[in-house]
Design a protein around this ligand. Sequence first.
Ligand SMILES: CC(C)=CCC/C(C)=C/CC/C(C)=C/CC/C(C)=C/[C@@H]1[C@@H](COP(=O)(O)OP(=O)(O)O)[C@]1(C)CC/C=C(\C)CC/C=C(\C)CCC=C(C)C
Length: 584
Amino acid sequence: MAYDYAFVHLVYTIPLAGILTVILRPLLSRSDIWKTLAIILIAFFATLPWDSYLIRHSIWTYPPEAILGPRLFSIPAEELFFFIIQTYITALLYILLNKPMLHPQFLTNHEESSPATRRFRTYGQLLLSAAIIMGGFLITKGGEGTYLGLILIWACPFLLLTWTQSGYFLLKLPRACIVTPIIAPTLYLWLVDELALGRGTWAIESGTKLGWCLWGSLEVEEAVFFLVTNTLIVFGLAAFDRGTAVINTFPEIFPGTSRGMYFKSFLKAIVTTPEKYDMGRVRGIREAVCTLRRKSRSFYLASAVFPGSLRIDLILLYSFCRVADDLVDDSATNVEAEGWIQKLTGYLDRAYGGASTDVNSYAEKNFPVPSQSALKLLPTRLLPSAPLYELLEGFRMDLDFTDGKFPIENEADIQFYASRVASTVGELCLWLTFHHSATSLSKDEKTRLIQAATTMGYALQYVNIARDILVDAEMGRVYLPTDWLREESLTPRDILNNPKQPKAEMLRQKLLDLAFQKYEESRYTMNLLPSEVRGPLIVAVESYMEIGRVLREKSGIPSKTKRGRATVPGSRRLWVAWKNLNTS
Ligand SMILES: CC(C)=CCC/C(C)=C/CC/C(C)=C/CC/C(C)=C/[C@@H]1[C@@H](COP(=O)(O)OP(=O)(O)O)[C@]1(C)CC/C=C(\C)CC/C=C(\C)CCC=C(C)C
């Protein structure tokens, strides 16, 4: 019998915590670990005196035959463990559900919020204030409402504080990120409580309780207790995420904080009034996230595992590359496309010119509204200009597919093209990584990494070309080297006429072989990357290379295609990410 409460943990809490740990362990960033530890400590020390008071005043009791024996301030060891394990489970569930979310996009303020959101926040404040008053009243009155009063007076002031500080942020986040990690563990703990109270593991004494049950023997106070404690945990974590999002989003307000979270900056971020937020930047980040989600499932998934500020800058870089590529690709004529390339060059000239020329007004005058934020928010201060100009030269090479010309003559040409459109991107990603990583690398290590990123760029671009033979043919483009075609007695025009022919499939496999050769050459060097970015960069590369693996497996028309392009099923992408994070 002395093991009853311990048994509750062994059967109900520890296995669940274990499962969540196994799933989440590879996905946890340093910041996730810190915030989980912090919330556990806060929960532990905030509950300790309160719970001790309840036990010493016999509001709660534990039959001696149900517990092991050791106590701290009258609280049994199993109950102390409960504070920790409940917080841990709810925190991990919150982290899991929030992993795909880039929190900076949900920063908002009074001005930006809809009247309905403002009203909702005010109603929340009123409700929590009423709960505090009611708690005070029930305690003063004594008797049957005492326990409920003690719960309300203990939890609601903190809930009111976090709701007031982070209410707009909480309301902007998708409901599943906040409501699910509150409700799911609450229901689970209600069930556990029902079973535990039913077995007499712990008891709420009559005289200080209302005596109402929600169902079975689940007392209303217990139900409220689990609901408010899970809400406290989730609101606390959301407040932490809002503070971190503020630091990561506004580097000008928090210079130098990107190399580690400093407590002082964090406090400043928490108290910084949302009216001071640069909402133009927040809106730009939202647009960039939308673009990424719409256009690249591989990089969208990979972005979820990058640490805060690096994640933002990579998404902004993606957005710039995407917008620039689309402006050129979607042009009706070569003249129009060339015009965009010149304007983009003009933009880079100004952004890197060092003069006081107004780059933002250049973007506003020369580009369509939906593209402007992608240009304005490109993190040029962290990126060298040369790869960006090279990238534009790569887009210019696409214009050479005119008047029956096929500029990719041989393997050297395709590599040169890939170096311009993809190796440049790899190098740019690395510069962002170097800036945001806490580990400084030697010059030699950086050079080796950039060389590997160049080679990895070839690999990814070859996969891209292999995937898009059909789509490119529809645009009158054949990136397969003409001399490869010649060996098969084909011309580029034969591919345009019939991109699905068996010989095209054979050449696709040949290009994929080359892609995997380049991948093998550079993959090992990724081990030189600092630990906090190694896993995420490997996931980014591997999720894209997985497209190549799918194409190799099918070696024919792939069964799952989107606009004639092979796609990797969502579950397989998740597996690739999880597996690589686990082993990197
Ligand atoms: C996690 C995250 C948000 C990463 C962002 C990466 C990024 C900035 C990608 C830019 C992509 C882009 C739009 C570039 C324009 C030129 C272009 C189209 C290049 C092709 C990309 C494929 O994109 P997608 O399939 O969406 O394109 P289309 O629909 O066909 O238009 C490319 C294949 C290039 C991608 C190349 C990279 C991301 C570089 C990879 C290398 C590294 C990450 C470095 C690894 C480090 C070492 C040491 C090896």
